[in-house]
Design a protein. Structure first.
Length: 274
């Protein structure tokens, strides 16, 4: 059963986009890989914590511009690829959108069924397609995996974002739920008195289904304390620290803040200076 988003949808969507509580997670996908299908170049996700409304904005070209050019958005509402439709990376909910209508579906364990849609608004097409739905109609989730696909019915061409795996979005993090960081240090055995010590985050761990390790942060920065004394860092992210000669045996605490797809999270590591 297809429904249309009327003029009221545009008003509601505009209000939600400007809502102070809706901070975006920003996910990129490479362009020029879609053939005759719509080309998805990125997805922004935002959630208003007070109302529970979530917005998914797909950017690109030729998105849902005719009845033959479809755009699909799949949401794994428990961020678990082993539940829901496993063949679709654990999707529990899905949107299918053409140039005049959309369908909102729920995986019932054996097939796709129409989902309640009282909070759903869909608008746009071409370079920007926006979908809004309340968390109450996504199982009251606060952490989702998601991915999108364009499809040309005539030529059977498509574009999937991301190209491999899924994106993750946490309402609390305003982006991916960064669970841990892989850290490289130089020297590898830890800090030595009178020498420079370099800390480099090399990979992030995200929920199952998303990139696992070896996924570098978009950017990072460091602060450090040697005992109770703050150390000034230099180099990339201010993550290179010159240790005083009289620092042997002292505790060095380094806080590393990583930024990835709109989310930011800090981790603190302790080292004993040799």
């Amino acid at each position: 059963m297809f429904k249309r988003a009327g003029p009221l949808a545009a008003v509601l969507m505009a209000a939600l986009v400007l809502a102070p509580g809706a901070s975006p997670g920003t996910y990129a996908d490479k362009s020029g890989d879609s053939g005759s299908a719509g080309d998805i170049t990125g997805i922004d996700v935002a959630a208003d914590k007070a109302s529970g409304q979530m917005i998914f904005r797909l950017a690109g070209s030729n998105l849902s511009t005719s009845s033959n050019d479809l755009t699909f958005l799949f949401i794994d509402s428990d961020a678990n690829p082993l539940t829901g439709n496993v063949g679709l990376l654990g999707a529990d909910y899905g949107f299918a959108v053409d140039d005049t209508s959309y369908e909102f579906m729920h995986w019932n364990g054996s097939g796709w069924a129409e989902a309640p849609n009282s909070t759903v608004r869909v608008m746009g097409g071409g370079s920007s397609l926006m979908v809004s739905v309340n968390r109450s109609e996504l199982g009251n989730t606060s952490d989702v995996n998601l991915w999108a696909r364009s499809f040309n019915v005539v030529d059977k061409k498509s574009d999937t974002a991301p190209d491999d795996g899924v994106y993750n979005y946490s309402v609390d993090a305003n982006g991916p739920d960064i669970q841990s960081v892989d850290l490289k240090t130089a020297p590898a055995v830890g800090p030595k008195h009178g020498k420079k010590f370099v800390v480099t985050p090399t990979g992030l761990k995200l929920p199952a289904g998303g990139p696992i390790a070896d996924q570098p942060p978009d950017s990072y920065s460091c602060t450090a304390k040697l005992g109770q004394r703050a150390l000034r860092g230099s180099g990339t992210g201010a993550c290179t620290f010159a240790l005083p000669k009289k620092s042997r045996g002292k505790q060095l605490r380094v806080s590393v803040t990583v930024n990835y797809e709109g989310a930011s999270k800090s981790f603190t590591y302790s080292f004993k200076v040799r």
